[in-house]
Design a protein around this ligand. Sequence first.
Ligand code: SAM
Length: 245
Amino acid sequence: MEIQTKNLPNEQEEEEVYFGESFFVNDSYEMRTFTYGSHVLRLQCLQSASTDYDLTGQLVWPGAELLNHHISQCSDFLTGCSIIELGSGVGVTGLLCSRFCRQLVLTDHNEIVLKVLKQNIDLQLSSGISTCAEITSEKLEWGNHDQLSEILKRFPEGFDLIIGADICFQQCSIPLLFETVEQLLRFGDKSGKFILAYVSRAKSIDAMVANEAKKHGLQMHEVAGSRTLVAGGSCEGVIFEFILN
Ligand SMILES: C[S@@+](CC[C@H](N)C(=O)[O-])C[C@H]1O[C@@H](n2cnc3c(N)ncnc32)[C@H](O)[C@@H]1O
Protein backbone atom coordinates (compact mmCIF):
# COMPACT_ATOMS: atom_id res chain seq x y z
CA MET A 1 0.00 0.00 0.00
CA GLU A 2 1.38 3.46 -0.88
CA ILE A 3 0.66 5.92 1.91
CA GLN A 4 2.27 9.34 2.01
CA THR A 5 1.95 11.79 4.86
CA LYS A 6 2.26 15.54 4.51
CA ASN A 7 2.82 18.19 7.17
CA LEU A 8 0.40 21.09 6.85
CA PRO A 9 1.90 24.58 6.92
CA ASN A 10 -0.28 25.84 9.80
CA GLU A 11 2.20 24.64 12.44
CA GLN A 12 -0.41 22.37 13.97
CA GLU A 13 0.74 18.82 14.32
CA GLU A 14 -1.96 17.68 11.85
CA GLU A 15 -1.15 15.24 9.11
CA GLU A 16 -3.10 14.42 5.95
CA VAL A 17 -2.90 10.87 4.72
CA TYR A 18 -2.77 10.29 0.95
CA PHE A 19 -3.43 6.95 -0.66
CA GLY A 20 -1.60 6.23 -3.92
CA GLU A 21 -3.80 5.72 -6.97
CA SER A 22 -2.84 2.04 -7.19
CA PHE A 23 -4.62 1.41 -3.89
CA PHE A 24 -7.99 2.05 -5.57
CA VAL A 25 -7.41 1.28 -9.22
CA ASN A 26 -7.96 -2.24 -10.50
CA ASP A 27 -6.02 -2.83 -13.70
CA SER A 28 -5.97 -6.63 -13.61
CA TYR A 29 -7.55 -6.89 -17.03
CA GLU A 30 -8.83 -10.14 -18.49
CA MET A 31 -8.68 -11.07 -22.15
CA ARG A 32 -12.26 -11.37 -23.40
CA THR A 33 -13.69 -12.33 -26.78
CA PHE A 34 -16.57 -10.33 -28.29
CA THR A 35 -18.43 -11.61 -31.34
CA TYR A 36 -20.57 -9.42 -33.61
CA GLY A 37 -21.87 -11.34 -36.62
CA SER A 38 -18.78 -12.72 -38.34
CA HIS A 39 -16.45 -10.32 -36.52
CA VAL A 40 -14.48 -11.42 -33.48
CA LEU A 41 -12.60 -8.97 -31.25
CA ARG A 42 -10.23 -9.91 -28.44
CA LEU A 43 -9.76 -7.18 -25.87
CA GLN A 44 -8.35 -6.55 -22.43
CA CYS A 45 -11.08 -5.30 -20.08
CA LEU A 46 -12.68 -5.70 -16.66
CA GLN A 47 -16.09 -7.19 -15.82
CA SER A 48 -16.98 -4.36 -13.43
CA ALA A 49 -15.62 -0.88 -12.89
CA SER A 50 -15.43 1.95 -10.41
CA THR A 51 -17.08 5.32 -10.98
CA ASP A 52 -14.90 6.97 -8.29
CA TYR A 53 -12.06 7.86 -10.66
CA ASP A 54 -14.45 7.62 -13.64
CA LEU A 55 -13.08 4.25 -14.57
CA THR A 56 -16.33 3.41 -16.35
CA GLY A 57 -14.24 2.97 -19.50
CA GLN A 58 -12.53 -0.17 -18.23
CA LEU A 59 -15.40 -2.39 -19.38
CA VAL A 60 -17.70 -2.82 -22.35
CA TRP A 61 -21.09 -1.11 -21.94
CA PRO A 62 -24.52 -2.09 -23.34
CA GLY A 63 -24.51 0.86 -25.75
CA ALA A 64 -21.34 -0.50 -27.36
CA GLU A 65 -22.96 -3.93 -27.73
CA LEU A 66 -25.96 -2.28 -29.42
CA LEU A 67 -23.87 -0.23 -31.85
CA ASN A 68 -21.52 -3.12 -32.63
CA HIS A 69 -24.40 -5.48 -33.50
CA HIS A 70 -25.83 -2.73 -35.75
CA ILE A 71 -22.44 -2.25 -37.47
CA SER A 72 -22.03 -6.00 -37.97
CA GLN A 73 -25.34 -6.03 -39.87
CA CYS A 74 -24.70 -2.94 -42.04
CA SER A 75 -21.12 -1.76 -42.20
CA ASP A 76 -21.31 -0.16 -45.66
CA PHE A 77 -21.74 3.34 -44.23
CA LEU A 78 -18.24 3.06 -42.67
CA THR A 79 -16.37 2.14 -45.84
CA GLY A 80 -13.62 4.63 -46.61
CA CYS A 81 -14.60 7.00 -43.76
CA SER A 82 -12.42 8.84 -41.30
CA ILE A 83 -13.84 8.37 -37.81
CA ILE A 84 -13.29 9.87 -34.38
CA GLU A 85 -14.76 8.06 -31.38
CA LEU A 86 -15.60 9.95 -28.17
CA GLY A 87 -15.38 8.13 -24.82
CA SER A 88 -13.89 5.01 -26.40
CA GLY A 89 -13.26 3.10 -23.18
CA VAL A 90 -11.50 -0.18 -24.05
CA GLY A 91 -12.17 0.55 -27.73
CA VAL A 92 -14.64 -2.19 -28.63
CA THR A 93 -16.70 -0.01 -31.00
CA GLY A 94 -13.86 1.90 -32.63
CA LEU A 95 -11.84 -1.25 -33.16
CA LEU A 96 -14.77 -2.93 -34.91
CA CYS A 97 -15.08 0.18 -37.14
CA SER A 98 -11.35 -0.07 -37.95
CA ARG A 99 -12.14 -3.20 -39.98
CA PHE A 100 -14.10 -1.05 -42.47
CA CYS A 101 -13.00 2.58 -42.26
CA ARG A 102 -9.97 4.45 -43.66
CA GLN A 103 -8.78 6.30 -40.58
CA LEU A 104 -9.66 6.05 -36.89
CA VAL A 105 -8.95 8.22 -33.85
CA LEU A 106 -10.04 6.74 -30.52
CA THR A 107 -10.35 9.19 -27.63
CA ASP A 108 -11.01 9.23 -23.90
CA HIS A 109 -10.34 11.62 -21.03
CA ASN A 110 -9.10 9.11 -18.50
CA GLU A 111 -5.36 8.27 -18.45
CA ILE A 112 -5.91 4.79 -16.97
CA VAL A 113 -8.51 4.02 -19.64
CA LEU A 114 -6.21 5.42 -22.36
CA LYS A 115 -3.53 2.95 -21.25
CA VAL A 116 -5.74 -0.15 -21.75
CA LEU A 117 -7.13 1.40 -24.95
CA LYS A 118 -3.56 1.60 -26.35
CA GLN A 119 -2.95 -2.04 -25.36
CA ASN A 120 -6.12 -3.05 -27.22
CA ILE A 121 -5.09 -1.09 -30.33
CA ASP A 122 -1.72 -2.90 -30.28
CA LEU A 123 -3.47 -6.26 -29.82
CA GLN A 124 -5.65 -5.60 -32.85
CA LEU A 125 -2.69 -4.40 -34.95
CA SER A 126 -0.64 -7.50 -34.07
CA SER A 127 -3.57 -9.91 -34.62
CA GLY A 128 -3.06 -9.98 -38.36
CA ILE A 129 -6.72 -9.00 -38.91
CA SER A 130 -6.83 -6.34 -41.57
CA THR A 131 -7.65 -2.91 -40.24
CA CYS A 132 -7.69 0.63 -41.59
CA ALA A 133 -4.44 2.34 -42.53
CA GLU A 134 -4.20 4.48 -39.42
CA ILE A 135 -5.44 3.94 -35.86
CA THR A 136 -4.41 6.32 -33.09
CA SER A 137 -5.55 7.15 -29.58
CA GLU A 138 -5.71 10.69 -28.20
CA LYS A 139 -6.65 12.27 -24.91
CA LEU A 140 -9.85 14.28 -25.32
CA GLU A 141 -11.96 15.65 -22.50
CA TRP A 142 -15.24 17.01 -23.89
CA GLY A 143 -15.19 20.79 -23.82
CA ASN A 144 -11.38 20.97 -23.75
CA HIS A 145 -10.57 23.33 -26.64
CA ASP A 146 -6.79 22.88 -26.48
CA GLN A 147 -6.99 19.10 -26.74
CA LEU A 148 -9.52 19.33 -29.56
CA SER A 149 -7.46 21.84 -31.56
CA GLU A 150 -4.36 19.63 -31.19
CA ILE A 151 -6.33 16.73 -32.69
CA LEU A 152 -7.72 18.90 -35.50
CA LYS A 153 -4.21 20.19 -36.28
CA ARG A 154 -3.12 16.59 -36.72
CA PHE A 155 -6.21 15.73 -38.81
CA PRO A 156 -6.82 18.94 -40.79
CA GLU A 157 -9.42 17.32 -43.04
CA GLY A 158 -11.67 16.64 -40.05
CA PHE A 159 -13.79 13.52 -39.76
CA ASP A 160 -16.68 12.04 -41.73
CA LEU A 161 -18.14 10.37 -38.68
CA ILE A 162 -18.12 10.97 -34.95
CA ILE A 163 -19.21 7.95 -32.94
CA GLY A 164 -20.08 7.47 -29.29
CA ALA A 165 -21.40 4.44 -27.42
CA ASP A 166 -23.03 4.78 -24.01
CA ILE A 167 -21.44 8.13 -23.29
CA CYS A 168 -24.52 9.99 -21.96
CA PHE A 169 -24.82 8.82 -18.40
CA GLN A 170 -23.76 11.91 -16.43
CA GLN A 171 -25.82 15.10 -16.70
CA CYS A 172 -22.90 17.49 -16.13
CA SER A 173 -20.90 16.22 -19.12
CA ILE A 174 -23.69 16.22 -21.74
CA PRO A 175 -23.51 19.96 -22.64
CA LEU A 176 -19.73 19.62 -23.05
CA LEU A 177 -20.15 16.50 -25.16
CA PHE A 178 -22.49 18.32 -27.57
CA GLU A 179 -20.18 21.36 -27.63
CA THR A 180 -17.36 19.07 -28.79
CA VAL A 181 -19.62 17.32 -31.31
CA GLU A 182 -20.71 20.67 -32.80
CA GLN A 183 -17.09 21.85 -33.11
CA LEU A 184 -16.11 18.63 -34.85
CA LEU A 185 -19.07 18.80 -37.23
CA ARG A 186 -18.47 22.49 -38.10
CA PHE A 187 -14.85 21.73 -38.91
CA GLY A 188 -14.03 20.41 -42.38
CA ASP A 189 -16.71 20.20 -45.05
CA LYS A 190 -19.61 20.17 -42.56
CA SER A 191 -21.30 17.11 -44.05
CA GLY A 192 -20.34 14.84 -41.15
CA LYS A 193 -22.59 12.92 -38.84
CA PHE A 194 -22.60 12.03 -35.14
CA ILE A 195 -23.76 8.48 -34.39
CA LEU A 196 -24.70 7.90 -30.78
CA ALA A 197 -25.70 4.57 -29.23
CA TYR A 198 -27.86 5.84 -26.40
CA VAL A 199 -29.05 3.87 -23.38
CA SER A 200 -31.96 5.44 -21.53
CA ARG A 201 -31.40 5.38 -17.78
CA ALA A 202 -33.19 8.57 -16.66
CA LYS A 203 -35.93 10.66 -18.28
CA SER A 204 -34.03 13.84 -17.33
CA ILE A 205 -31.03 12.67 -19.39
CA ASP A 206 -33.26 11.67 -22.35
CA ALA A 207 -34.62 15.24 -22.37
CA MET A 208 -31.19 16.78 -21.92
CA VAL A 209 -29.76 14.96 -24.96
CA ALA A 210 -32.60 16.26 -27.17
CA ASN A 211 -32.26 19.82 -25.76
CA GLU A 212 -28.49 19.99 -26.11
CA ALA A 213 -28.69 18.71 -29.69
CA LYS A 214 -31.18 21.49 -30.52
CA LYS A 215 -29.08 24.13 -28.72
CA HIS A 216 -26.07 23.14 -30.81
CA GLY A 217 -27.95 23.33 -34.11
CA LEU A 218 -28.23 19.59 -34.64
CA GLN A 219 -31.08 17.58 -36.12
CA MET A 220 -31.62 14.30 -34.29
CA HIS A 221 -32.96 11.18 -36.04
CA GLU A 222 -33.56 7.73 -34.66
CA VAL A 223 -32.04 4.93 -36.75
CA ALA A 224 -35.00 2.82 -37.86
CA GLY A 225 -35.17 -0.57 -36.18
CA SER A 226 -32.42 0.23 -33.66
CA ARG A 227 -34.63 0.63 -30.55
CA THR A 228 -34.30 -2.46 -28.38
CA LEU A 229 -33.96 -3.68 -24.82
CA VAL A 230 -30.35 -3.89 -23.62
CA ALA A 231 -28.48 -4.83 -20.44
CA GLY A 232 -30.45 -8.03 -19.96
CA GLY A 233 -33.74 -6.26 -20.69
CA SER A 234 -33.34 -3.68 -17.92
CA CYS A 235 -33.07 -0.56 -20.14
CA GLU A 236 -33.95 0.60 -23.61
CA GLY A 237 -31.22 1.40 -26.10
CA VAL A 238 -31.46 3.24 -29.39
CA ILE A 239 -29.11 4.58 -32.05
CA PHE A 240 -29.43 8.27 -32.94
CA GLU A 241 -27.84 10.17 -35.81
CA PHE A 242 -27.18 13.91 -35.59
CA ILE A 243 -26.40 16.26 -38.47
CA LEU A 244 -25.99 20.04 -38.60
CA ASN A 245 -29.17 21.97 -39.46
C1 SAM B 1 -19.89 4.32 -19.93
S1 SAM B 1 -18.26 4.38 -20.57
C2 SAM B 1 -18.51 3.79 -22.25
C3 SAM B 1 -17.25 3.23 -22.83
C4 SAM B 1 -17.41 2.62 -24.24
N1 SAM B 1 -17.82 3.61 -25.20
C5 SAM B 1 -18.39 1.49 -24.21
O1 SAM B 1 -19.56 1.71 -24.56
O2 SAM B 1 -17.99 0.39 -23.80
C6 SAM B 1 -18.04 6.14 -20.85
C7 SAM B 1 -16.68 6.52 -21.40
O3 SAM B 1 -16.64 7.92 -21.61
C8 SAM B 1 -15.47 8.46 -21.03
N2 SAM B 1 -15.83 9.82 -20.56
C9 SAM B 1 -16.68 10.14 -19.56
N3 SAM B 1 -16.74 11.47 -19.39
C10 SAM B 1 -15.90 12.00 -20.32
C11 SAM B 1 -15.53 13.34 -20.65
N4 SAM B 1 -16.03 14.38 -19.97
N5 SAM B 1 -14.65 13.54 -21.66
C12 SAM B 1 -14.16 12.47 -22.35
N6 SAM B 1 -14.45 11.17 -22.08
C13 SAM B 1 -15.32 10.95 -21.08
C14 SAM B 1 -15.13 7.52 -19.87
O4 SAM B 1 -13.76 7.56 -19.51
C15 SAM B 1 -15.54 6.18 -20.46
O5 SAM B 1 -14.50 5.58 -21.19
